[in-house]
Design a protein. Structure first.
Ligand code: SF4
Length: 905
């Protein structure tokens, strides 16, 4: 078929980059950045530029599947039977236990039209406010921050403000990894305007710090103290905008009383920084002509998330740094359409059009628009509360859409117990391989990126029209269509004989109905339509009827959507994070992101290329902390919190401070037995109800797991993954990942105290294709050592090392190189940590630094050692010349004059 291009957007982070999808009408063949999209002007990061390599069909949900008993396997069914069954179970549950006995848990991945359909289903048809989104884990503290301080959940800035600002403060965000294309814009702006100051506030020294003039490595959770300390200095030095405060704000007197106690010495002590650093930070904030703050999960995922957001916004109000170019508080959203969810009211406490579910007038307005007598009054359950109520048996039917709570919610043991106990779990999902999928009684296959149409709103309030390039595979359907179809069937039970509330055939109809609920509200987007977006391109709300362009900046007139029209200073004292270090749990566990993975890895975890930079779950500890605990990089340890434990390998990493530990958030139970969120805590902010995923008390215990296992198998990685992961369940430590590019492979590392039964290895060998054919084998049953290497057409295609795995790195490198020299063959099964002739050095597995150009870490190090600078490396190796995601790390290596190129495990 003819090659075509369809304009759409990236489905990962909230930057909302425009993407051109190349396809032939049936398959997606490639992607490139959309040069006309104002979010990215043609740029994509390492994740966006590999979108076409993700979403392996073998991982997709293709047909509805149903089981009629918890102990049974799901069987394929048809859509009519599936949705009729779901409608009758929901109707029966509602009839017997009331509308609040069912719940919907949805996602920032959904399109606005999908969200709207779910909201109307829950509130207007079912009559419950039990609809919450995974945005609760992501942005709900920012929502509260904006609403309390400024009057509406509306980020006031535009991306162009990054380029116009004189002082940019990045707080609690590894922007270089989490919002890379915006970070590139900032880097370029800084190169053009070197006088711009960049302050990074983060407990870790991340790649984002590469751009920082000042890095404040504050103690985790101490942000409110820091912001109050900055305000203390702003007031003391007179670095405030008195006329702005007088004309446009309220509440400074009370706040002044509070921050009087936040003296520089006290704050420096609370935050673990120097007084000089604090003073420098306050001076730049207070004296720069324009001041912009950017933040993400470091502020939001906290028991004091709302207070942190408001304390930061206080700085903008005190300095009048809002509503003008290069200035303002600007949250970076984690998901592609978290904003659309907030607009459509997809958190339990909201209603469409930035309304409140607790507000009788708002309920009446929406009920009248939807032509239903009333909307439910009883408060809905937020994510953590919702799963607690599932666990307690109050929620008896749960509909999960496009999200993976068995990976992403904290306190996983309770979440999984809840999912296991819930009488009826529906999962509407594009991927059949997520950690949540085994809990589904009914699995409904959903269309995914490139396969559905609708709209998304990015961090700067810009709405893009997402277009469909190819049909969804199998019987998968767009999320809005599944929801509407289910609602129409449920109506027959709940509103027999009445006109349908869900007469939608196209997503544009949902958008047109939704937009009228924004008319006259702060986010008024009633002037937009899918057709207008096609005509004008992506637009920023408000965009009222009759507008000809969107609104780049809010509050330029100093009038805020509060009752008084004035912005509010919020005076709340610093409260430490819930779990402080103590004798039992002496380390603080911080979670965060990897450069090339996204959230729960249901999509990025299908592309081997995206494991090139970081190939497995590693717990980062400072070298001094390792020494203090008599541990070494590569050791396996039992990492324990008050809720659970995981066994994980250690990495030496001086970017974390002693007393802290860092584990990426992405690794769920599929990739690391147990998954990171068995450790994290469900305690949440009292206002935003966002859990403190970023901060848990942990301890490390040494483990003795002498029996080690390593396997590699090339090809059909998803099928191998699904077959082999359950066979590893008995091992104490299990880590799975992918490797390679053109020839992807599945890798397994495992360990346990005792060797497994020989039969288990035979089962594994069967799936690895090591039970027959051209296989080199070695067995020493007395020592429980067994090795297999399969060689086909002169190259390795599968490896299994059991009991002794010294050769795993160089065998993996041989596989990657696609050759086995005749002289090496006799040594493939030997207990050698390096190939003969390599002078005993353990080469380590190769790490890819630049994913776009496939340039290894060791090649960059060699280039630096030969005297190349950044420009020289770019020219000779090509690294850093495409998406630029690797540039901060290359700069760090240059600055360090190349530390040893060894991998840390
Ligand atoms: Fe996608 Fe990267 Fe752009 Fe985020 S920055 S939207 S992940 S391409």
């Amino acid at each position: 078929m003819k090659r075509q291009t369809t304009a759409s957007t990236c489905c990962y982070c909230g930057v909302g980059c425009g993407v051109l999808i190349e396809h032939d009408g049936e398959q997606i063949l490639g992607v490139s950045g959309d040069p006309t999209h104002p979010a990215n002007y043609g740029k994509l990061c390492s994740k966006g530029s590999t979108l076409h390599l993700t979403g392996d069909l073998a991982a997709r949900a293709l047909y509805p599947q149903l089981r009629l008993g918890k102990g049974l396997a799901r069987a394929r069914t048809d859509w009519d039977s599936a949705l009729d069954h779901a409608a009758s179970v929901f109707a029966r549950t509602i009839a017997e236990h009331g509308p609040d006995s069912v719940a919907f848990y949805i996602s920032g991945q959904l399109l606005t039209e999908d969200y709207y359909a779910f909201n109307k289903l829950a509130r207007a048809l079912v009559g419950t406010n039990n609809i919450d989104s995974n945005s609760r884990l992501c942005m709900s503290s920012a929502v509260v921050g904006y609403k309390r301080s400024l009057g509406a959940d509306a980020p006031p800035c535009s991306y162009e403000d990054l380029e116009l600002s004189d002082c940019v403060m990045i707080v609690g965000s590894n922007m270089a990894y989490a919002h890379p294309v915006l970070f590139r814009r900032l880097e370029q702006a800084r190169a053009r305007r070197p006088q711009m100051k960049v302050i990074v506030i983060d407990p870790r020294r991340t790649d984002t710090c590469d751009l920082a003039d000042l890095h404040l490595a504050i103690l985790p959770g101490s942000d409110v103290a820091l912001f109050h300390g900055i305000l203390h200095l702003l007031l003391w030095e007179g670095w405030i905008d008195r006329s702005f405060i007088q004309a446009h704000t309220e509440g400074l007197a009370e706040l002044k009383n509070l921050v009087r106690d936040y003296t520089p010495h006290r704050v420096a002590q609370l935050c673990g920084i120097s007084v000089a650093q604090l003073q420098q930070c306050a001076e730049w904030v207070g004296t720069s002509p324009s001041f912009l703050s950017l933040w993400c999960m470091g502020l939001n995922q906290s028991t004091a998330g709302s207070a942190k957001n408001s304390a930061l916004i206080n700085l903008h109000l005190a300095t009048g740094q809002i509503g003008r170019p290069g200035a303002g508080p600007f949250s970076l959203t984690g998901q592609p359409n978290a904003m659309g969810g907030r607009e459509t009211g997809s958190l339990a406490n909201l209603l469409p059009g930035h309304r409140e579910a607790s507000h009788a007038g708002h309920r009446a307005e929406v009920a009248a628009y939807w032509s239903v007598p009333t909307l439910p009054e009883s408060p809905g359950l937020s994510a953590i509360e919702l799963f607690e109520q599932v666990n307690s048996g109050k929620i008896k039917a749960l509909w999960i859409a496009c999200t993976n709570p068995a990976q992403s919610l904290p306190d996983q043991q309770n979440v999984r117990a809840a999912l296991q106990a819930c009488p009826f779990v529906v999962l509407q999902e594009a991927f059949a391989t997520t950690e949540t999928a085994p809990f589904a009684d009914l699995l409904l296959p959903a269309a995914s990126w490139g396969e559905k149409e609708g709209t998304v709103t990015n961090s700067e309030r810009r709405i893009s029209h997402v277009r469909r390039a190819i049909p969804a595979p199998g019987e998968a359907r767009p999320d809005w269509a599944i929801t509407v179809d289910f609602a129409q069937r449920l109506e027959k039970h709940l509103r027999p004989g009445q006109a349908s509330l869900f007469a939608f055939d196209q997503p544009g109809q949902l958008f047109d109905e939704f937009k009228q609920l924004t008319r006259g509200r702060d986010l008024d987007l009633s002037g937009l339509s899918h057709a207008l977006l096609d005509h004008l391109g992506p637009q920023q709300w408000p965009f009222p009827q009759g507008a000809t362009s969107g609104t780049p900046r809010l509050y330029v007139d100093g009038i805020f959507p509060t009752t008084s029209g004035r912005a509010q200073f919020i005076a709340e004292p610093f409260c430490a994070a819930k779990e402080q270090r103590d004798a039992h749990f002496p380390l603080t566990l911080i979670t965060g992101r990897l450069r090339d993975q996204w959230h729960g890895m249901s999509r990025t975890g299908t592309a081997a290329q995206l494991f090139g930079h970081v190939s497995e779950a590693l717990l980062s500890l400072h070298p001094d902390e390792l020494q203090r605990q008599h541990l070494n990089a590569g050791d396996l340890v039992n990492l324990k919190s008050r809720r659970g434990s995981v066994i994980v390998a250690l990495a030496s990493d001086d970017s974390v401070r002693p007393g802290q530990a860092f584990l990426p958030m992405h690794w769920g139970d599929r990739f690391l037995k147990g998954g990171v969120n068995v450790l994290t805590q469900p305690a949440f902010d009292p206002l935003s109800k966002q859990p403190e995923l970023k901060h848990s008390g942990v301890r490390i215990e040494a483990v003795e797991l002498p029996w080690q296992f390593f396997a590699l198998v090339e090809g059909n990685v998803q099928q191998h993954f699904e077959a082999l992961r359950p066979l590893c369940e008995d091992f104490a430590y299990v880590s799975l990942s992918l490797a390679g590019r053109e020839r992807p492979a599945l890798l397994i590392r495992a360990a346990c105290a005792q060797p497994p039964a020989p039969q288990r290895l035979q089962e594994i060998d069967l799936h690895l294709g090591l039970d027959h054919g051209p296989v080199l084998a070695y067995d020493d049953s007395r020592r429980a050592i067994g090795k297999r290497v399969r060689i086909e057409q002169g190259r390795i295609t599968a490896i299994r090392l059991a009991g002794e795995t010294l050769a795993r790195h160089w065998l993996q490198n041989l596989w990657l190189e696609g050759r086995v020299d005749a002289q090496l063959r006799p040594w493939l099964l030997a207990p050698l940590s390096a190939p003969p002739g390599a002078a005993g050095a353990n080469p380590g597995a190769q790490k890819t630094l630049c994913n776009c150009k496939n340039v290894s870490h060791s090649a960059v190090c060699a280039g630096i050692r030969s005297g190349l600078d950044l420009q020289g490396l770019k020219q000779q190796l090509g690294c850093g010349t495409q998406c630029g995601s690797c540039v901060p790390e290359i700069k760090r290596l240059l600055a360090a004059k190349v530390r040893p190129s060894a991998i840390t495990s």
